[in-house]
Write a protein that binds this ligand. Structure first.
Ligand code: FES
Ligand SMILES: [Fe+2]
Length: 330
């Protein structure tokens, strides 16, 4: 059991964490999973406990694109079915209960996605972040936060924390007054246009009074767990908020850019900007890990204001998606 939205494609890993002929064992969505890449580059994901006598398959190895248990050598394919039980021989009949749970996995944008939901004939397509393609290059980092993933998501949708949490980095300039923001939601994708300004005694504009062209940037969030900050057409910060369990989240952060044309300089600039991005993320972490309770709810003991609209919409949509998956969730 894990408190997340069912029937969704979750980002679970960075593609480069999964190598051919090698087992990658991680906990995601409160499950002990292992991943590997077969010789046709296809990724597979199964649970880690052997169906024979419970050994950890993560200690095994990849043999002929299958996972071989370290204990008695049973081999499992990507669907989790045992395909060889050495002690009964190559021609032995394998009972159908020699099976571990498997998950559908796929890749997009160098992330590994896992379908956490009911078995369906046609799974929905994986959505991707607007405008990000191979014309960009990026560098990345990963960091574990001791929070429910919803808190780390809400932090990246929070437009009024910038001048405080990031007073000496991205929040310089003291733009403490929050106009709007404009929040739009459609088909699993949320967009937030940010219009923070200096406080000269004026009242903040209502979302409907804000003009998109006057906004300083746009945040885009795709349910259930990935996001980008569209700084401009050539500069993006991307994050995936991956639930390890109900109280730990691994954040994959990437800095994308394409404003520099020379590949060498481009790589260099992307790389050297990472310490700055890490600093910004740590500024967030310092505060977010103190929030109580660890998981947010639609109705809870918090007092929200107009600038929190993206958080309210996030919670509302999450609730709706959870409801529509009800009855089939684990
Ligand atoms: S415990 Fe895995 S093969 Fe026996
Ligand atoms: Fe922040």
């Amino acid at each position: 059991m894990v408190r997340v939205i069912y029937n969704q494609w979750y980002v679970v890993l960075d593609s480069k964490e999964i190598k051919r002929e090698k087992i990658t064992a991680v906990k995601r969505l409160n499950k002990d999973l292992l991943f590997w890449r077969d010789n046709s580059n296809q990724i597979h994901c199964i649970e880690r406990t052997c169906a024979h006598r419970g050994a950890d398959l993560a200690l095994g190895k990849i043999v002929n694109d299958h996972v071989q248990c370290p204990f008695h050598g049973i081999e499992y394919d990507g669907s989790g079915k045992a395909v060889l039980i050495p002690s009964i021989g190559k021609n032995g009949v394998i009972r159908s209960n020699f099976k571990v749970k498997s998950y559908h996995v796929d890749e997009k944008g160098d992330f590994v996605f896992m379908w956490f939901g009911e078995e369906r004939k046609d799974l929905p397509e994986i959505k991707w972040l607007e405008g990000i393609d191979e014309t960009f290059n990026y560098s990345s980092l990963a960091d574990i936060w001791p929070v429910h993933y919803s808190r780390s998501i809400e932090n990246q949708l929070d437009v009024s924390h910038l001048p405080f949490v990031h007073y000496n980095t991205i929040g310089r300039g003291g733009r403490t007054l929050v106009n709007g923001p404009i929040v739009e939601y459609k088909d699993g994708i949320m967009n937030v246009w940010v219009n923070n300004v200096s406080d000269n005694g004026q009242r903040p504009l209502k979302p409907e009074e804000v003009k998109k062209e006057n906004c300083i940037g746009r945040l885009q969030f795709i349910f259930p767990n990935y996001w980008q900050n569209i700084i401009n057409k050539d500069l993006r910060v991307v994050a995936a908020f991956v639930p390890i369990d109900d109280s730990n989240t691994i954040i994959y952060l990437r800095f994308y850019q394409r404003f520099l044309k020379v590949p060498f300089i481009r790589n260099f600039v992307t790389k050297i900007s990472m310490p700055f991005n890490k600093k910004v993320l740590n500024q967030d972490k310092r505060v977010v890990i103190t929030q109580k309770p660890i998981k947010s709810e639609l109705r809870m003991n918090e007092n929200l204001y107009q600038g929190d609209l993206p958080i309210i919409v996030y919670r509302r949509v999450r609730e709706e998606l959870k409801k529509s998956a009800k009855g089939v969730s684990e």
